[in-house]
Design a binder for this molecule. Structure first.
Ligand code: TRP
Length: 329
């Protein structure tokens, strides 16, 4: 059993792209590995501190992950700010993190360009905080997308540097994790390649049936095939990609055939697509609604998660202090 750690941004609702891209695989991973899931609320302070929204955002993410199948009996799910040991490791790692390498990361340069009035030290040391998140449990694997690979590379560098500096074999160098399977990329409904929050083309797990029907109905299509066996334009291929994920094989085959004989009716395709998306999302939506009213359950999950995470974190801090020569009298 390897240790898999997954860090979750504390903004935004989960959409179909998140669900089929990674979340569904997280749910399976829980049975095979020791999994930690945490909500990175400290990280969100580097860009948009908003005391009114912070807690609600964290709560929302917690609810949606639980609703989608993260099981607190199998995994440890916690909020980053509930585990203060992370802050200590962050401080200690910062002593061996250099301005040159931090200021060169793509994410830092991008954020500095986007918010020139707020290029704060937290933004600069975002990668050390992330390294602390990962190394605090001495994780073996971290499921990350392309945009986070450079951060993971720095984490490996900091692990290696620590080991070399102190002449120990203490930290693992964690690897990216792809769940041993191919990740499905869910396209947008606007003819674009990717479903994403910033693209504004998402179907959220939280959306009700009416909203989903409306969004699918509005999805971009073309004028339709004029002859048999034409290649599909991107916007139509996109609809089929989603259909393949949510519908039964015979349904997909039916519409493939209709396309191939140039008799497809997009209205029918969209109706079926919306119906099958709703089949996937509606049980999750129901759990979201239930959890929203169950403060005491959420409190227990967060408290027990933090306790389990702190157990592992305290052990790391104890050992790291000893290695670095920080000793009690
Ligand atoms: N930086 C990650 C993101 O933007 C979130 C994150 C913070 C994270 N700490 C982490 C991811 C540790 C994996 C491991 O998505």
């Amino acid at each position: 059993m390897s240790i898999v750690l997954s860090g979750i941004r504390s903004t935004g609702n989960l959409h179909l792209g998140n669900y089929f891209g990674a979340l569904r695989n997280f749910v399976k991973t829980q049975d095979e590995h020791t999994c930690y899931f945490f909500i990175a609320d400290f990280h969100s302070l580097t860009t948009h501190p908003n005391p009114k929204l912070l807690h609600d955002n964290v709560k929302n993410v917690l609810i949606e992950y639980l609703a989608a199948g993260i099981d607190p009996q199998k995994s440890t799910i916690y909020v980053q700010s509930d585990v203060p040991e992370v802050c200590e490791l962050y401080l200690l790692l910062n002593m061996h993190a250099y301005l040159g390498e931090l200021s060169k990361t793509v994410s830092f340069k991008e954020k500095a360009r986007k918010q020139p009035q707020n290029v704060n030290a937290g933004l600069l040391t975002y990668p050390t905080l992330m390294a602390a998140d990962i190394l605090i449990h001495n994780s073996d694997y971290v499921p990350v997308g392309k945009d986070q690979e450079q951060h993971l590379e720095l984490t490996r560098k900091y692990a290696r540097r620590f080991n070399n500096l102190y002449g120990v074999e203490y930290f693992n160098e964690p690897d990216a994790f792809n769940f041993g399977m191919e990740l499905i990329k869910i396209p947008g409904l606007d003819g674009s390649g990717k479903m994403g929050k910033s693209e504004g083309n998402c179907i959220y797990l939280y959306d009700d049936s009416k909203t989903i029907e409306k969004k699918v109905k509005k999805a971009l299509t073309d004028a339709g095939p004029t002859e048999a066996n034409q290649p599909k334009p991107e916007c139509i291929e996109n609809l089929f990609t989603i259909l393949r994920v949510v519908s039964l094989p015979e349904v997909v085959e039916y519409f493939e055939n209709k396309w191939n004989i140039a008799e497809i009716r997009y209205g029918d395709l969209k109706k079926q697509l919306a119906e099958d998306i709703i089949k996937v999302t509606s049980p999750i939506r129901e759990r979201i609604l239930d959890l929203q009213n169950d403060e005491s359950y959420l409190r227990n999950v967060a408290r027990e998660g933090a306790e389990k995470a702190r157990e592992s974190a305290r052990k790391t801090i104890r050992e790291v202090r000893e290695i670095m020569g920080i000793k009690p009298f």
